[in-house]
Design a protein around this ligand. Structure first.
Ligand code: ZN
Length: 132
């Protein structure tokens, strides 16, 4: 397993980790599966458009609108229930096929680490499984 370090600089943001993931695929893997897992309860992983940065800020803004930081329903003592809910909705893992040693992503797809309670230092676990 490999570990990718991610340092967020804002409270909520999407950080493109596509090139780091691609660079960590071992040279001997031509076909297989790349599995990514976030080990945090207030951050997630997603795949979405990497061409227009407004897509990432629109997703972040909409998540903030959908799940406000303060809500009278929340009892969690840490005060970050919004981040826990957002990360559960976004999900903690992604699985991407590998072909010819490259991640199989659409032209406009990038892999994003989604910070919901930053800034913080984060980790993403990466496992690569070789197809026989
Ligand atoms: Zn909490």
């Amino acid at each position: 397993m490999k570990m990718i370090s991610v340092t967020s600089t804002r409270h909520s943001e999407m950080i493109d980790i596509t090139s780091e993931v691609q660079n960590l695929i071992p040279a001997n893997i031509q076909e297989g599966i790349c599995h990514l897992f976030s080990t945090h309860t207030t951050a997630g992983l997603t795949i979405n458009e990497n061409a227009d940065p407004d897509v990432q800020s629109d997703i972040t803004k909409f998540m903030n609108k959908l799940i406000p930081w303060n809500d009278s329903l929340f009892n969690h003592y840490e005060g970050n229930s919004a981040a826990h809910i957002k990360s559960s909705l976004m999900g903690f893992s992604q699985t991407i096929p590998i072909k010819d040693g490259k991640l199989v992503l659409g032209t406009w797809q990038g892999i994003y680490f989604c910070e919901f309670d930053g800034p913080r230092s984060r980790k993403v676990c990466m496992n690569v499984i070789k197809e026989d």
